[in-house]
Write a protein that binds this ligand. Structure first.
Ligand SMILES: C[S@@+](CC[C@H](N)C(=O)[O-])C[C@H]1O[C@@H](n2cnc3c(N)ncnc32)[C@H](O)[C@@H]1O
Length: 210
């Protein structure tokens, strides 16, 4: 799917389109950069004390594994079974609870009633359409413990073939977060850690005030 795909074409696709087929190669790509490199801008937002972390759209588990290694109790939610299995195997040495759950409803996590000190949404939010983003922000905010934080990255630029992505702005995302009572802690742009031409990222940090 090229960047000029019509919105009707995009609406007809699932948010996980392209991930099952490309899982092995994508996992290699995700693991070719480190957690510290990917999250360079926002490392100061990660709780110093071990806490409860949820990684939504965890992919190969790169970030879940790094946070587990720091002593956090990590749940990795990943709807693409191929990536979930690869991640489970690749990071078998880390204590990670893998779960099959998906935005925007996150039915399993909501039903479990858990609360998290940190929620990661790395390179996943722009896979949701406008309605899903509006619903999803409420669900994610509802999973935060008091004082809990969200770190969210948005990809900008050309859409890879066969994938569903929407052009999502920082402004819209900040508006949704504020609408659910979250404060903005961080807002920055950065280049692509993989050096892909035309690709850039917005990094956002939110907090549920005490
Ligand atoms: C670009 S990958 C990012 C993976 C990982 N967070 C990383 O940074 O390496 C996007 C991930 O979001 C997942 N995903 C797609 N739609 C989703 C949804 N509706 N809910 C949760 N995860 C989703 C995909 O299966 C994929 O693992």
């Amino acid at each position: 799917m090229s960047s000029d795909a019509t919105s009707a074409q995009l609406q007809g696709m699932d948010s996980t389109a392209g991930y099952a087929e490309g899982a092995e190669a994508l996992a290699e790509q995700y693991e070719s950069v480190t957690f510290a490199e990917v999250h360079r801008e926002v490392l100061h937002l990660i709780p110093a004390r071990p806490g409860r972390v949820l990684d939504i759209g965890a992919g190969s588990g790169r970030d879940a594994a790094a946070l587990a290694a720091q002593g956090h109790r990590v749940v990795a939610a990943e709807p693409t079974v191929e990536l979930r299995s690869l991640g489970r195997r690749r990071h078998a040495d880390r204590q990670i609870e893998w779960t099959d759950d998906a935005l925007p409803e996150l039915p399993g996590l909501i039903a479990a009633g858990s609360r998290f000190d940190l929620i990661l949404l790395t390179a996943v939010w722009m896979h949701l359409d406008e309605r899903q983003r509006a619903l999803g922000m409420g669900r994610v905010a509802g999973l935060l413990a008091t004082g809990g934080r969200i770190i969210l990255s948005l990809r900008h630029g050309p859409v890879p073939m066969g994938r569903r992505m929407f052009p999502v702005t920082a402004q819209e995302t900040i508006g949704l977060a504020r609408g659910h009572g979250l404060d903005v802690l961080h807002h920055a742009q950065r280049e692509d850690p993989h050096g892909r031409p035309g690709v850039s990222w917005t990094y956002l940090g939110f907090e549920l005030p005490r």
